[in-house]
Design a protein around this ligand. Structure first.
Ligand code: TXA
Ligand code: MG
Length: 316
């Protein structure tokens, strides 16, 4: 089993030392747990792909502790500046043009001329990244294609020895991956719905081209089938069968149905629902006494877009 590390002074030092040695460390961010390694070390990056079983054509996000280090690796455009000023540190990933002098290895970007970067706001992630002083490539800390990890327990259970070190940082506050915008061209493009709602982004960038669901996704990781639970998902269900688990949303109205129930948010709060989504799916998925998971309709506005995106892929 993985070694769980408390993020005190010694724990952080041990994690940073592991990164310097080219090893993998799973760590909390404000979105989900990441499986991090030195983005400038090709062997370390190869270990991430091997640990996740991730196809080599799917690039990784580079995480930074500060803007100065980040700007050594990517070209900041005016648009990137505006987004960064409003949303960094925080759950926004920007795809930018990589500087020729960047030391981020090709394996981390799948050979693309761009690199996806973000500056996490989680205090543990920030301390680690600042102490390390270099970019950390980190996909979500789950085996490729499976449910995302939002607790250290999810990481340990699903990655096992493939995540030898896991930093304990409790539940991740947003519970959904970062929103990804490509700002490498003239017009910004939304590549992945995530923890920052489209409505909020549009206040900064105006209209936004969307490329989140095509057959040839602009973010190579955005394949339709993803976030897959063991049990089948049935969407837009108004009630559950007796042997199904029921994932509900909003104040409870009708009769209770299904073998087990979880409400994503009794108040109908989409941020609360987002934070609970993968928790609930993991919990249901661990049960052997259900035949599937029925999911109530979730509104599509605000963070509902990202929640519905994850649910559709999980059901695909
Ligand atoms: O919240 C998050 O973003 C988490 C935490 C750990 O930071 N990370 C995460 O990483 O979700 P991952 O690897 O599960 O998803 C990254 C997505 C993939 O769909 C990948 O294809 C896309 O970002 N991506 C990475 N680099 C890209 C690039 N240069 N151009 C387009 N898409 C890129
Ligand atoms: Mg992922």
């Amino acid at each position: 089993m993985p070694r769980l590390i408390i993020p005190d002074e010694n724990g952080l030092a041990a994690a940073v030392a592991a990164w310097r040695d080219g090893d993998i460390v799973a760590f909390p961010t404000e979105t989900v747990y990441g499986l991090g390694a030195d983005a400038t070390n090709a062997e370390a990056v190869a270990r991430i792909y091997a640990a996740k079983g991730r196809p080599a054509h799917n690039p990784l996000i580079a995480h930074f502790g500060d803007r100065l280090t980040l700007e050594q690796h990517v070209e900041m455009s005016d648009l990137a500046e505006e987004l960064a000023a409003r949303f960094w540190p925080g759950p926004l990933t920007l795809v930018m043009n990589k500087k020729p002098e960047s030391t981020i290895v090709d394996a981390a970007t799948a050979g693309l001329p761009t690199v996806a970067v973000r500056l996490p706001s989680h205090p543990v992630a920030q301390q680690l990244l600042r102490q390390f002083g270099k970019p950390v490539a980190a996909p979500s800390a789950n085996p490729s294609g499976l449910l995302t990890a939002t607790t250290p327990k999810h990481v340990a259970q699903n990655m096992g020895d493939k995540a030898p070190l896991v930093i304990i940082g409790g539940r991740t506050p947003h519970g959904l991956e970062s929103t990804i915008i490509d700002v490498s061209g003239v017009k910004p493009k939304l590549l992945r719905h995530g923890a920052i709602a489209l409505e909020e982004l549009k206040l900064v960038v105006g209209d936004l081209e969307q490329n989140t669901t095509s057959e040839m996704p602009a973010a190579p990781g955005q394949l339709l089938k993803h976030y897959a639970p063991r049990h089948p998902l049935r969407l837009n269900a108004l009630s559950a069968e007796p042997d199904e688990a029921f994932l509900t949303f909003g104040p409870h109205l009708g009769p209770i149905s299904g073998k087990a129930q979880r409400n994503l948010s009794e108040q109908g709060d989409l941020a609360e629902a987002a934070a609970n989504l993968f928790m609930a799916l993991h919990e249901f998925d661990a049960r052997d006494d259900i035949s599937g998971i029925a999911v109530m309709p979730i509104p599509t506005n605000g963070l509902g877009a990202a929640i519905n995106d994850r649910l559709h892929r999980a059901a695909a």
